[in-house]
Write a new protein. Structure first.
Length: 402
């Protein structure tokens, strides 16, 4: 099942006036077949076939929290909607015990509603880029001195998050930073592609060793971006050929190392005339990530409330464009009302066949396979597809937590 893993994308902001989007042009048939081969457990294929459209659409979404406690509106939504999972960020952090309470509540609410077990993730990149203060790794990526140290820190971070009740980490950052830091600053391990590649392999292997789902970011590379996507549109002045020999090198290595998830960023690239964010670009997601790099895991769109998106597009329209482009999971960090609007927009796109049933099933299957691989969705016998007696089942049992 190693071929079927995962991809991801993430930031913050309000809906802006809508700009023209690819999805508004009507039907756009999926160019990729839904994953139903021998690598997909029969129970997962059956579950996808039996799931309602609402459940499938909710599985396209990762959502963030607004507050610090289990009274956050997202938990009411989790009871109603079978969201793929939640992301706990720095703004939600008070203490380790409180994080565990949030993680436990997410799993409990989803289980009581007979939903699939949710992802509970955090962006724990290192140093000041950690969601949780005082939790490893202590050093920012740029401060890490060797691949051995990077592997050790990744292992410590993975184990720490698992101990807190989480099952996913939005890391490692595989951007190749330009000399002088650039927009990514100390989030980048190095400004040399081959060095970042070494860190990519070391960290991906370490996360796999401790059995935590990891999503490398920000594909296809933000190292040369004009500014952070958390500030606004970010032009990356590199051609596809230049990306191939520089920024894509670490991601290609991560794919070969079986990274289960990849977060696609919101950079603007020449291949799309610096107009279409990577997270909504079929060229970037399908042609480059899927066809060129051969990635078969879950592709996650970075936070669609980031100013890089909302300065030109509505978050709702961007979510539809992302899924039609080949993204499997869209991340919407805030707020509950906007998250509901995104769910409604995706549902409407499925009803109008802007998002085809094949594309919907493909995305949901990738997510469920990834959850199974990470031990979040339990299926007895793995490849046999038989439901487990203690959790996961072909009728959508919540499975085990991570």
């Amino acid at each position: 099942l190693s071929a079927l893993l995962i991809v991801l994308a993430l930031s913050g902001g309000e809906d802006a006036p809508q700009a023209p989007t690819a999805a508004q042009g009507g039907d756009r048939p999926s160019r990729a077949a839904a994953p139903r081969g021998p690598g997909v457990p029969r129970a997962i294929s059956e579950l996808v076939e039996e799931m309602s459209t609402d459940r499938k659409v909710a599985q396209l979404m990762l959502v963030g929290l607004e507050g610090f406690d289990t009274g956050d509106p997202v938990f009411d939504s989790l009871e109603e909607l079978d969201y793929a999972g939640i992301v706990i960020g720095a703004r939600n952090f008070v203490s380790e015990e409180q994080v565990t309470a949030l993680a436990d509540e997410a799993s409990s609410v989803s289980g009581d509603a007979d939903h699939t077990a949710p992802w509970v993730m955090a962006p724990q990149e290192g140093g000041e880029f950690n969601a949780f203060e005082g939790v490893p790794p202590e050093d920012a990526p740029a401060q890490v001195g060797s691949t051995r140290e990077a592997a050790q820190l990744a292992e410590e971070a993975g184990e720490a998050l698992l101990d807190l009740g989480l099952n996913g980490i939005l890391a490692p950052v595989l951007d190749v930073g330009p000399s002088g830091g650039g927009a990514v600053g100390e989030r980048a391990y190095s400004d040399v592609a081959d060095q970042v590649t070494g860190y990519a392999i070391a960290t991906v292997d370490a996360y796999e060793e401790v059995d935590i789902f990891a999503a490398a970011k920000h594909f296809p590379g933000l190292g040369s971006a004009s500014q952070s996507t958390e500030l606004g549109p970010a032009n990356v002045g590199l051609t596809l050929d230049e990306l191939e020999v520089r920024d894509l090198v670490p991601f290609r290595a991560a794919v070969e190392a079986n990274v289960p998830g990849i977060v696609v960023g919101h950079g603007l690239y020449g291949v799309d005339d610096f107009v279409t964010p990577a997270s909504t670009s079929e060229t970037i997601v399908t042609d480059v990530l899927r066809d060129d790099l051969g990635f078969e895991g879950v592709a996650i769109a970075d936070d669609l409330t980031a100013p890089a998106i909302t300065s030109s597009f509505r978050t709702t329209a961007a979510a539809v464009d992302a899924v039609t482009a080949g993204i499997d999971t869209v991340y919407v960090s805030q707020d509950d009302e906007l998250q509901r609007d995104v769910f409604d927009a995706l549902s409407e796109a499925v009803r109008k066949k802007v998002i085809t049933r094949e594309r919907l099933d493909e995305a949901v299957t990738r997510t469920l396979v990834a959850k199974h691989e990470a031990g979040v969705l339990e299926i007895e016998g793995g490849g046999s597809g038989e439901p487990s007696e203690d959790g996961g089942s072909s009728d959508g049992g919540s499975g085990g937590g991570g």
